[in-house]
Ligand binder design. Structure first.
Ligand code: SAH
Length: 537
């Protein structure tokens, strides 16, 4: 006799467009379709099964048993669930009935679970992008699960700042659960947390309400509603709920908000909060806990759940999420001396949570969490410090002009700084400005080098400052008149800005184009073959 088969089919939210092809094929290939009456009515027009068995809501076990019986007698059967059959659906139940009978995959009837779009996904898509980050589903139905367990899960999810999709939030008889859920959530989350109520997603009676944690109970919530609660960083925008992809966004000076470019996002320094970084900090002795005592995620989760019974929730403060502010500081364009007052000001402003790093560019790189970057800048500037943006911007590095003795050209350096510094470019660009022919601050090793000599300027372009194939810039002009310097630099930088590929450093651009302004490129790179050796090799 031919072996039967059970498909456990999730048919998505309820309209034809969101059912997978595999689900349609499975249902069309079936001799029997078994499901809860409301669901069967939703898909009836799509199938040709010789028998469609619809049952009541509470007859799930008999539905699964009937499916197994029919399959054992050689039929192909689809047991249907809305959404995904493995999410509060029939998949587990069908397996439980089979296991009871000693079924194995090798010898028993065929079983295929056909995945579908679950309510958390369909409802989220109608709300905008509320899920995005770590999320969980919690069913508020306490018919088969003790309320004590559900309550603990809500508490844990609330505490851990998960986005939460509540399934089965309320029915005619179960009305208190959602009230309790709101009460628990409010212990950890702001009353203004965005909440979406989606009723009958992608069905004729679809209804979407945007509300807040505080006001959510003022709206209709029923059996066909999914309640999506945002996390601490979710926000409303244009009738949508958006949860940002990452927790910490970054400020860069000079722009309201500058999200990192894709290639920068995964750099270690961009992720001070990542696990690897934590380990590195521990290894470097910045954290007292030795690495060998590090707990696994499972241990930590178990510890968190164990704590739930005794947790003093008043200790958990709803803190605004701060952003990482990155910038550079120096005592000035020509000045290289920091005063003790400036050092104290830096220490106070940066505090314990920020980091201060001295860089090869004669300046401090600062990274610190803050919600008020403008205030930070104002305080540092008040102390006479020069605050500069970092990243793919134009930077001016000047020498110390032998501490003012060769001061003649300082005004030109200041003017370049005020005209061009901080300009956003395809890649970082350093202009080196040195006050005499000694060029001891190595201007000829910067992307653009300027050397002041005999009241005029020499210009160098296209150094490759680092690497085993590093080389100085090419001398392209000598004796440039002071009044011509800034217009010339501006036009060179504008040309590079307009035409370079993203991430293309000036020397690469010069080499590729063979020309910058009216200067022709000459190959000054190394003539012997040098194996490329990236960092760490
Ligand atoms: N297996 C289903 C869930 C079944 S539990 C799935 O994966 O989606 C039933 C609950 O699912 C409902 O109480 C409601 O909270 C949610 N739900 C299912 N379909 C929905 C829809 N079209 N719109 C909104 N919520 C839905």
């Amino acid at each position: 006799m031919k072996k039967g088969k059970i498909f456990v089919v999730g048919f998505g939210p309820g309209d034809r467009e969101h059912i997978t092809k595999r689900a349609i094929d499975a249902m069309q290939d079936s001799d029997y379709i078994i499901g809860y009456k409301t669901y069967v009515d939703l898909i009836r027009h799509l199938v040709t099964a010789k028998s469609i068995v619809s049952t009541g809501m509470t007859e799930e076990v008999s539905r699964a048993q009937e499916a197994v019986r029919q399959a054992e007698s050689g039929n192909i059967v689809s047991v249907i669930s809305s959404g995904d059959a493995g999410v509060y659906g029939m998949a587990g139940l069908v397996y439980e009935v089979l296991i009871e009978k000693g079924w194995t995959e090798a010898e028993g009837i065929g079983v295929e679970i056909v995945p579908g779009v679950s309510a958390i996904n369909s409802c989220a898509s109608l709300l905008g992008a509320p899920v995005m980050h770590d999320a969980c589903t919690i069913s508020l139905s306490d018919h088969l699960t003790p309320w004590q367990v559900i309550e603990k899960r809500i508490e844990a999810a609330a505490m851990a700042d998960f986005v939460i999709a509540f399934y089965n939030p309320k029915s005619g008889r179960r009305t208190r659960q959602i009230v309790e859920a709101q009460r628990i959530l409010l212990k950890y989350r702001s009353p203004h947390t965005p909440v979406g109520l989606v009723k009958s997603a992608y069905r004729d009676t679809q209804n979407i309400i945007l509300t807040t944690l505080k006001d959510m109970l003022d709206h209709e919530i029923g059996m066909l509603t999914t309640v999506v609660v945002g996390n601490a960083s979710s926000f409303f925008y244009d009738n949508k709920i958006i949860t940002p992809r990452g927790y910490q966004r970054k400020y860069t000076l000079g722009e309201e908000k500058q999200p990192l470019r894709p290639h920068e996002r995964l750099r270690k320094e961009a992720e001070p909060w990542a696990l690897d970084q934590e380990l590195a900090a521990r290894e470097a002795g910045q954290d007292q806990e030795p690495v060998k005592n590090k707990k696994s995620s499972l241990e930590l989760a178990q510890k968190a759940v164990a704590l739930l019974d005794k947790v003093d929730t008043s200790l958990i403060v709803n803190q605004p999420i701060e952003e990482i502010f990155e910038f550079a500081v120096s005592p000035g364009i020509a000045n290289k001396q920091l005063t003790p007052e400036q050092m104290r000001c830096l220490a106070d402003v940066i505090g314990k949570k920020g980091t201060l790093e001295y860089t090869p560019d004669h300046r401090f790189m600062i990274k610190m969490p803050t919600a008020t970057p403008a205030k930070i800048v104002a305080e540092l500037e008040k102390a006479g410090l020069l605050v500069m943006p970092v990243g793919d911007v134009l930077n001016l590095k000047a020498c110390d002009f032998c501490y003012g003795e060769k001061a003649e050209s300082i005004p030109y350096a200041d003017e370049i700084a005020s005209t061009l510094s901080g300009m956003k470019l395809p890649k970082e660009l350093h202009i080196g400005f040195n006050g005499c022919g000694m060029a001891c601050y190595r201007a000829v090793f910067d992307d653009i080098g300027i050397v002041y000599r005999k009241k005029k300027f020499d210009l160098f372009i296209g150094a490759k400052p680092v690497g085993r194939t590093a080389h100085a810039g090419q001398p392209v002009a000598e004796g440039i008149e002071p009044d011509k310097l800034i217009p010339l630099l501006t036009s060179l930088v504008e040309e590079y800005k307009e035409n370079a590929h993203p991430n293309e450093r000036l020397f690469k651009y010069f080499k590729r184009m063979k020309k910058l302004g009216h200067f022709n490129y000459q190959d000054v790179s190394c003539k012997i073959e040098i194996e490329p050796a990236p960092c760490g090799d």
